[in-house]
Design a protein around this ligand. Structure first.
Ligand SMILES: Nc1ncnc2c1ncn2[C@@H]1O[C@H](COP(=O)(O)OP(=O)(O)OP(=O)(O)O)[C@@H](O)[C@H]1O
Length: 246
């Protein structure tokens, strides 16, 4: 990716689906190397923003610039090349059920007609699943599946990692693991992370900035303040007591 300037920018972006305005004149720069949380209630336009960042859709009005280029000006082949530098993880993990963890992680390379078994093994080790490499998704917990999905997203060494509700199907402990891993991903791989979620706690845990969407309008963007409790890893009991006020 290019070394300077924002990694992505929304410039007066609106997206219209028939009579529904999914995004309304959104302007936002995403800085290289930051973790930014995009938060908002259901229907606020979060997924629409991610799809634009993945060059999967284009705005009705305005412009999205990804790593210095407007995908709308690229050919299909150029868009495919751009998308190789963008990793994505999903709420439901989206692993192939008939492939092992190792084969799932290797898949993006296979699609590019290359292979790198050492890198695949290294990434499975990085996400703490070296001993589960030959397990199928159904043999893994949700948190483990999401970690496989993160390894798969990292195998092409993306500069931009897009996370769409990555912890919404996970329990507290698995959520903490996945969030820690996303923070480590920024540190160890230099990736910019865009975390879309309705869970404010997740953003508070790892993001540098939060962008708040309401009804397709970007209401505010502000730095996230770390809470004192952050960084401590509760026992499940301590967590339950804290949340339930026992
Ligand atoms: N392909 C589409 N066709 C028609 N309307 C759509 C389409 N995609 C999204 N919308 C509408 O655009 C608005 C924003 O949707 P979006 O999925 O971006 O919200 P969201 O914040 O991600 O919501 P959720 O948290 O429920 O996923 C919603 O009103 C939605 O119904």
């Amino acid at each position: 990716m290019h070394p300077s300037g924002p990694i992505a920018a929304f410039e007066g972006v609106s997206v219209q689906y028939g009579s529904v305005t999914a995004l309304d004149d959104v302007t936002l720069e995403i800085e290289r190397g930051e973790i930014i949380g995009i938060v908002g209630e259901s229907g606020a336009g979060k997924s629409t923003m991610l799809n634009l960042l993945d060059a999967a859709t284009h705005p009705t009005e305005g412009r999205v610039v990804i790593d210095g280029t407007d995908p709308q000006r690229l050919s299909g082949r150029e868009i495919r090349l751009l998308r190789r530098r963008i990793g994505m993880i999903f709420q439901r993990f989206n692993l192939l059920g008939n492939r092992t963890a190792r084969q799932n992680v290797a898949l993006p390379l296979k699609l590019q007609r290359t292979q790198d078994p050492a890198l695949v093994a290294e990434l499975l080790d990085y996400v703490g699943l070296a001993d589960r490499a030959d397990h199928y998704p159904a043999q893994l917990s949700g948190g483990q599946q999401q970690r496989v999905a993160i390894a798969r997203a990292l195998v092409t060494r993306p500069g931009l990692l897009l996370a769409d509700e990555p912890t919404s199907s996970l329990d507290t402990r698995a959520t903490e693991d996945v969030l820690e891993l996303l923070a480590a991903t920024r540190r160890d791989f230099g990736a910019t992370v865009v975390l879309v979620t309705h869970e404010l706690d997740s953003v508070a845990a790892i993001a540098d900035r939060a962008a708040v969407l309401e009804g397709g309008v970007l209401r505010s963007v502000f730095p996230v303040v770390r809470s004192a409790a952050r960084g401590e890893r509760d026992s499940y009991l301590a967590h339950a007591q804290r949340v339930l006020g026992a």
